[in-house]
Design a protein around this ligand. Structure first.
Ligand code: MG
Length: 437
């Protein structure tokens, strides 16, 4: 292993700020180069056209004073504010225990940031860096934190999440955030806005009965397998063509296409697992380019549904089992899996995954999941993985230019066969509403 070089004894910390324009950094570094200085650290950020540049420099053979004079003179010539501070050595080493804290708000109020940063400080951790990941449809910022215990920081920040009406995800930082992953999604009220069995039941004129059983099951009041058998029995005698009609009527959750498309670009494996029916789920999965789909199969005789389910029912433990088998097939440990769901039957899968995300979920699910997304956009999940809105859009634009994808706007406008557009089942209007939902 290479041994780090001993940092120079005397170093100069320089902070330059002012209006950003082309050539500022290069003019400064021309002057710094002239005195033979060494660069130990360099960070630059531009917010609303205002540049802040932080540099840690060593003076080289000509010394710090000459370096200080050179950088000050150039910065002032550029009309920038400059501050220099002589000192010793390099940055202090970052502490162990790196965490990425992602905060989503619509709007994101200063009071939420105050509470979150105060919690991080009282946890004894340090915020090393903050960056914005998105401005719309939600504002998302990411805190790069060191000296944290991920599990306990997650619990502490969950309290602020409900008080301030923001979503907060705490994940292990560093290498754990990079590389290939498996993302497994629930379908009804997660990937799509509908509950498929309710659509099927409406074709049978039994919508009310089925909706009531579904709601009770999702609240965790009924054994899922039994309730599924009850609901499917109500479909007896329906012509099998109804499945195609329902498949065509399904509405994708806004952001679903963007989420899947972006995950696939990153080389992720994407799967869906549903307590609904493979006859409907398979087509949606294929259209979106999802790798695996698992769901229940309806029995058909003489072109009509018998009101029975074939084989083993995909229920709460069945969904977690599907996550494990998809992970092993993809050659990934469970720590590299992400599960997304809204119902009680998703809880085992959310608990088994490296990151379990409750998406516009029932309260029982929201309380038990690692993190919750309460804005009605599925692509907000990408921000929890540290991906910025700009990165998503630039990739879309590059592919649109080559004609390999439809314009990304379709995802929200709902112009394709499986439509998006309206907020998902039970979700608030798309404008983004403050407060917990
Ligand atoms: Mg669901």
């Amino acid at each position: 292993m290479p041994v780090p070089r001993t940092p120079p004894h005397h170093t100069l910390l320089v902070t330059v700020s002012g209006d950003d324009r082309p050539g500022v950094t290069s003019a400064l570094f021309d002057a710094i180069a002239d005195v033979g200085a060494e660069v130990l650290d360099l960070e630059q950020v531009v917010v609303r056209g205002h540049l802040t540049l932080g540099m840690l420099l060593a003076g080289g053979e000509q010394g710090e004073q000459r370096l200080e004079r050179a950088v000050t003179s150039v910065a002032q010539g550029l009309g920038m504010a400059v501050r220099t501070e002589a000192g010793r050595g390099d940055n202090a080493q970052r502490r162990r225990g790196r965490a990425a804290v992602v905060v989503l708000g619509a709007p994101l109020l200063a009071s939420a940031i105050a509470a979150i940063s105060s919690r991080i400080a009282s946890h004894g951790a340090n915020i090393d860096r903050i960056r914005r990941l998105s401005r719309y449809p939600v504002t998302t910022v990411e805190f790069d934190v060191s000296g944290a215990d991920v599990e306990s920081l997650r619990r502490e920040l969950a309290l602020e999440s409900s008080v301030h009406g923001v979503d907060i995800a705490v994940a292990a930082g560093g290498l754990a955030r990079r590389g290939r992953r498996l993302v497994v999604m629930d379908v009804d009220s997660t990937l799509i806005q509908d509950e498929v069995i309710e659509l099927l039941a409406s074709h049978a004129g039994r919508e009310a009965q089925v909706a009531e059983v579904t709601a009770a099951a999702m609240r965790g009041e009924l054994d899922f397998a039994d309730s599924l058998r009850h609901r499917v029995a109500a479909l007896e005698g329906l012509p099998v063509g109804v499945l195609d009609e329902v498949r065509a009527a399904v509405r994708l959750t806004p952001g679903a296409r963007t989420l899947v498309r972006t995950l696939k670009r990153l080389g992720f494996t994407v799967a869906v697992v549903s307590g609904g029916f493979i006859e409907v789920v398979d087509g949606i999965a294929r259209e979106l380019g999802i790798d695996h789909a698992r769901a229940n199969r309806l029995e058909v005789e003489g072109g009509r549904l018998t009101g029975r389910v074939l084989g083993e029912i995909v229920d709460r433990p069945g969904k977690a089992a599907a996550l494990r088998s998809f992970a092993s097939e993809a050659g990934l440990p469970l720590s590299r899996t992400v599960a997304i769901g809204d119902g009680a039957n998703d809880l085992d899968m959310l608990a088994a995954a490296g990151m379990g995300i409750a998406f516009n979920a029932k309260p029982i699910v929201r309380e038990q999941a690692d993190t919750a997304v309460n804005v009605p956009y599925l692509d907000a999940v990408l921000h929890l993985l540290g991906i910025t809105r700009e990165e998503i859009e630039e990739a879309d634009e590059a592919d649109e230019a080559t004609g390999s994808v439809e314009p990304a706007g379709r995802d929200r406008a709902g112009a394709t066969a499986v439509a998006g557009g309206a907020p998902p089942h039970g979700a608030p209007p798309a404008a983004g509403v403050p407060g917990r939902r």
